[in-house]
Design a protein around this ligand. Structure first.
Ligand code: CP
Length: 326
């Protein structure tokens, strides 16, 4: 167990070592138990977290705000359009100034080729820890909650369990690529064989795919990329199928939509779930395009763990806040 996380940022999934992530999980399970028993756990009394959003949210906002309150602190919700950022406050100003007001700065900024750079720039000037609530490259807190959920359903020993991280068709908008990127980076460290599936044109960042392959080699697990959803689902233990935009191919929304629409058959339905192991779990970070990305039959079915997964955002985030902001 590595307990020296005080003051640390969490921006990329590999910022914390495997042992440090194990510590986060231990604390998260303890906090989940404490909440279930109604045991007080006000480890961050009088601490204040700034939650700066450049992008909408249901779960991330709710779980960070509830989490910091349950830890005895306060969360300040700050929508970027209500600040002076558009009138000149730079990332340096936010880091320097908010880093002095607040005990932690959590930021969501998903703009392609902007968000991660912005969060790192704030962190450079902040004296308080900076937590990435999702950027264009990573969604580390989603991934911690996902890992926690997989452990709950499949046990601590995930060695040789097969997780499929698959693209799925969506009609609503071109979704960020951060969730699949975080998953392929983190899961090999915990012994899972990773299968990444997407139609041509929906590649992830080459440096992230290369790093995921390197992690897989280091931890002696598989990392395969396939372009057929049925092939990917065969014998899987965990199905994690969600949409993302073809951002490495085009940033033009019209061309992006055209590419998405050419792959409408990429849906998680009962037929495809039957290709996986009978006890395979279905995961999605939400929001999902119901009956487009995934049928309601699967999403509301016995193999779906999407609500436990959403709940675990709360516990995983409380663990990181308690460890970094104390
Ligand atoms: N999964 C997730 O990050 O949800 P929100 O976009 O609602 O925060």
């Amino acid at each position: 167990m590595q307990t020296n996380l005080r003051g640390r940022d969490l921006i990329g999934d590999l910022d914390f070592s495997k042992e440090e992530v194990e510590t986060v999980l231990d604390v998260a399970f303890d906090l989940k138990r404490k909440r279930a028993l109604g045991e007080p756990h006000a480890y961050l009394r009088d601490k204040v977290l700034a939650m700066l959003f450049f992008f909408s949210s249901t779960r991330t906002r709710g779980s960070f705000e509830a989490g910091i309150a349950q830890l005895g602190g306060h969360g300040a919700f700050i929508e970027s359009n209500t600040t002076q950022i558009k009138h000149g406050d730079t990332a340096k100003e936010i880091g320097e100034i908010y880093g002095r007001y607040f005990d932690g700065l959590a930021i969501r900024h998903c703009d392609w080729q902007v968000g991660n750079q912005y969060i790192n720039e704030v962190a450079k000037y902040s004296r308080s820890p900076v937590l990435n609530m999702q950027c264009d490259i990573y969604h580390p807190f989603q991934c911690l909650a996902d890992l926690m959920t997989i452990i709950e359903k499949k046990g601590r020993d995930l060695r040789r369990k097969r997780i499929v991280v698959s693209w799925a068709y969506a009609a609503s908008y071109l979704k960020p690529i951060s969730v699949p990127q975080s998953l392929i980076l983190q899961m090999p460290r915990f012994g899972m064989d990773v299968v990444l599936a997407y139609p041509k044109g929906f590649e992830l960042m080459p440096e992230i795919e290369a790093e995921a392959a390197a992690q897989a080699r280091k931890f002696g697990v598989g990392f395969d990329i396939v372009h057929d959803m049925d092939e990917a689902f065969r014998d899987a233990d965990v199905i994690y199928a969600k949409s993302w935009g073809p951002l490495l191919t085009t940033t033009d929304p019209v061309e992006g939509k055209r590419l998405q629409d050419a792959n409408q058959s990429w849906i998680t339905d009962a037929r495809r779930m039957a290709l996986a192991k009978p006890d395979a779990i279905y995961m999605h970070p939400l929001p999902a395009d119901r009956d487009i990305e995934v049928t309601s039959e699967v999403m509301d079915g016995p193999n779906s763990v999407v609500y436990d997964q959403a709940e675990n955002r709360l516990h995983a985030q409380k663990a990181v806040m308690a460890l970094t902001m104390c």
